[in-house]
Design a protein around this ligand. Sequence first.
Ligand code: ADP
Length: 257
Amino acid sequence: MLLARDITELARVEAMRRDFVANVSHELRTPITVIVGFLEAFDDMPAPDPAEFRRHIPLMREQTDRIRRLVDDLLTLARLESEPDTKDETVDVPALARRLAEECETMSGARHQVSLHVDSSARLIGNSQELYSAFANLVSNAVRYTPAGGRIGIHWRPEGPGEMVFAVTDTGEGIEPQHIPRLTERFYRVDRGRSRATGGTGLGLAIVKHVLQRHQARLRVDSTLAKGSTFAAVFPAERVIPLVTPVAAAAAPRNAT
Ligand code: ADP
């Protein structure tokens, strides 16, 4: 019995590995085929017209960018999997949220109304590079899946007993409930064409899930089709450094006497 269970688990892991390799190969093959197509077409011309060549550069560049983004995300995932623990430090989340709000404005290019809501000066014990990468993925998704004219909010607030939440809200296209449990699977997309058209790799939320797991945090997704979504990273009290606010600090000696 035990042996039978072991083999089932092994077979499942092996099937997942095969799927992953097939997906990566497929994702890489498409842009490579486009670039090779152009190169072959020009190679076949006795005297390629430089102006014509130049005209196709943006599309070739777009495809190489797509390959680069995919490889970057794969390397990030590989790093997360190969390093067992986070290298913990104090992460100034309010400062990180401000930086992300600025980056959000840049990414949006004035197409959205971006707002920042930092309701706490609490910090986190964690890895700032990893948390930046996870939060930036949530922000980038909000920009990419929210049509022009929509609103995007970046929040840092307390919740529950000692917990803290980093959340990104949008008034974008939203997600049907049946997709939500699968969003963090590698290469799972609700709309493949839309993801690609906006530069998605299908790995963003897989990275988010990994980073949050390493911080004992969880991802909560609330979404309504055609209304918008909230992606919230909920951090447990053990990860939170509740900074003493200036008001509380001033009050402390008085209370002591
Ligand atoms: P991608 O690179 O395709 O955006 P992700 O892993 O970041 O990959 O997200 C997986 C899928 O989840 C996306 O393809 C999209 O369908 C959906 N999604 C993620 N964020 C949002 C959002 N803010 N609004 C609507 N759909 C989203």
